[in-house]
Each structure stands twice: as structure tokens, then as C-alpha cells.
Design a binder for this molecule. Structure first.
Ligand SMILES: [Zn+2]
Length: 135
């Protein structure tokens, strides 16, 4: 099947987030593709300047795709009471904060060398003991 017109339905600062969105759409049989991903993988500090990694779907799927993305990402927000309780894998504390590991060293290396050498990970950091858990 081929589609003529595509529309941008979302953009994300990090390629991993765009991939989650794309996977959600594809699991609902909505064809989706990403743009800017490779540029941002190489120069992720440009992400905001370029409007992030963009998710595109065929126009005829736009309404459905928006509903799926809104549903998925509202579930991921840590505010809802239906959020599964996360606890620290080290001390069992539930005092966790969203944390991106490796962002600062990557930024420093970027300043020195012109490119980020470290890969960073999204996850949660325990406020009590400082243990980092991947998402
Ligand atoms: Zn802990």
C-alpha cells in the first residue's frame, strides 16, 4: 500500500521517545516514520533547534494516531494514580525522580571534542540512596 500525503503528528527531544511513539503506532497498524533522527543522534544538542525527532503518519491515519499517542503518553506521566508504583532496586524506597544518566558528561565531551562520546540513558534515580534504574 502506498500513501501520498504524510503529516507530522509529534516531535520528541530524544530519538528513543520517538521510537516508542512509532512502535505504539505500528502496534495499532498505523504506518509511521521518523525524520531528523540521524542528525539528532549525531548532534543531539541541536535537537531543540531542529524541532526534535519528528513522527510522521499518512494523513488518513492522523486522527487515530493522535489518539494513540495521547493515550500512551498520558499513561507515562508520573502524576496519575494509576501509575504503577516504582521502587528502588537497591533500597526499596519509592522516592524516585526522573533522571537522565550521562547527560552532563556527554555535554562536557561535546564542548571539548565537538561530539558526544557518552550514551545517555533515561531512568529513575533514587532520592534516598542515589541508585539509578533504567526505564
Ligand atoms: Zn534506593
Amino acid at each position: 500500500m502506498s500513501y501520498k500525503n504524510f503529516t507530522e503528528i509529534a516531535s520528541f527531544s530524544f530519538p528513543v521517545e520517538a521510537h516508542i511513539a512509532k512502535a505504539s503506532l505500528e502496534s495499532a497498524d498505523i504506518p509511521a516514520f521518523l525524520t531528523n533522527e540521524n542528525v539528532i543522534n549525531m548532534q543531539w544538542l541541536y535537537s531543540h533547534a531542529m524541532g526534535g525527532v519528528k513522527v510522521h503518519v499518512p494523513e488518513e491515519f492522523e486522527a487515530e494516531a493522535r489518539i494513540i499517542l495521547e493515550t500512551d503518553f498520558s499513561d507515562n506521566l508520573a502524576t496519575g494514580s494509576n501509575e504503577p508504583k516504582r521502587i528502588c532496586s537497591n533500597c526499596g524506597s519509592d522516592k524516585l525522580q526522573v533522571y537522565t544518566k550521562g547527560k552532563k558528561p556527554a555535554f562536557l565531551v561535546f564542548l571539548l571534542l565537538g561530539f558526544p562520546l557518552f550514551f545517555y540513558q533515561h531512568g529513575f534515580k533514587c532520592i534516598k540512596c542515589g541508585k539509578f534504574d533504567k526505564v
